[in-house]
Design a protein around this ligand. Structure first.
Ligand SMILES: [Mn+2]
Length: 349
């Protein structure tokens, strides 16, 4: 620790962001989940955690808003070999179902493939729940790094064992409130539906950036009696065009959240120029700075960010841009989470 210099280039043998912290020293622990079984379009998000780790060495540690978030100790756990193996098996089985458009009918092979994907998905959820709970019970903050958006279900379940009343701030292009998309009970496109239907401790879901959804989801949101509140991207853009600043909108969005907040960040909530290789890119979306302002607003409002996940970062084949954005988002999520828990300085402006 004595030799660690936050101003110099990262030591290649160091941990995430070039930091020297072990699991025991760290207040915030990242759980990488290389899982993308039900990815329906572009693949590669299972390589997200490794790519973000690699890109993290380029991130400068001093933060304009939060100053020295790294001093609380940040550490990334190793990837689970089990999940990696399950991902391979489940992905191969899922491809058969996806090719048939989810219409399996009485086809025995497809029925078996679907059952296998659902079973392995449940296993991943349980593994993630157990591992997340271990971290949380040690008094540490959990930041999950996916994987596709199905990855964090177990972590949110674990959070619900600790916190009995919290809300979700959800940044995404998609509502992810479909019922078992393509027949997959644990599809990335059903993650928030599963959270709302199965985790009663999540009292409120506030969605931002949403611009791709189906009628079933529209109805689900409207019938949720206010438990799901969606700030559609087009509505936000129209307000901006009419002169309502993003800062004003961010404050309004955050005002709908309870005191304790989990942030679930699907990187495709951003404009695709920040994540061109993500699984399901959609035109429109938030600017990088708008996302940062929104996350910061949660902490500035006096709310507590209890944990978070960042998912759907896919490095693609051509360079490391997506991972670079992902690593920076991860650092800002961490910084604001620590600041909201008064675990590092916060420059008040
Ligand atoms: Mn999503």
């Amino acid at each position: 620790m004595n030799e660690f210099d936050p101003n110099s280039a990262a030591d290649p043998d160091s941990g995430i962001f070039g930091l020297p912290y072990s699991y025991g020293d760290a207040k915030l622990v990242y759980l990488p989940v290389p899982w993308e079984a039900t990815t329906s379009y572009g693949g590669g998000t299972s390589k997200g955690p490794a790519a973000i780790l690699e890109a993290s060495y380029q991130v400068d540690l001093f933060d304009l808003e939060v100053q020295k978030p790294y001093e609380a100790g940040l550490h990334m756990l190793p990837e689970s070999k089990k999940i990696r193996t399950w991902n391979k098996t489940a992905k191969a089985a899922a491809q058969k179902v996806i090719k048939a458009g989810g219409r399996i009918g009485k086809n025995k092979i497809l029925q078996k493939a679907l059952a296998q994907v659902n079973e392995l998905s449940a296993q991943v959820n349980e593994e993630v729940r157990r591992e997340s709970l271990r971290v949380m019970k040690a008094g540490k903050i959990l930041g999950l790094v996916g994987g596709d958006h199905a990855s964090p279900f177990g972590a949110i379940q674990a959070m619900a064992e600790i916190e009995k009343d919290f809300g979700l701030l959800h940044l995404d292009a998609h509502s992810d409130t479909r019922d078992a998309y393509e027949g997959f009970e644990w599809s990335h496109a059903s993650i928030l539906r599963n959270v709302i239907d199965r985790i009663p401790e999540v009292k409120k879901l506030v969605q931002v950036g949403i611009r791709d959804f189906c009628e079933e989801e529209w109805d689900y949101i409207r019938n949720s009696k206010g438990r799901v509140e969606t700030f559609f991207d087009l509505d936000c853009q129209k307000k901006k065009a009419a002169g309502v600043h993003w800062q004003t909108q961010a404050a309004e969005i955050v005002s709908r959240l309870p005191q304790k907040v989990w942030i679930t960040f699907d990187v495709d909530g951003l404009d695709p120029r920040f994540c061109p290789h993500t699984g399901t890119p959609v035109p429109g979306g938030l600017d990088y700075a708008e996302a940062i302002i929104l996350i910061g607003e949660v902490a500035r409002s006096g709310r507590k960010i209890v944990g978070f996940d960042l998912n759907e970062v896919s490095p693609g084949k051509s360079g490391d841009w997506d991972a670079n954005v992902g690593a920076r988002l991860l650092y800002k999520l961490s910084a604001w989470t620590l600041a909201s828990q008064k675990l590092c300085d916060l420059v008040k402006k």
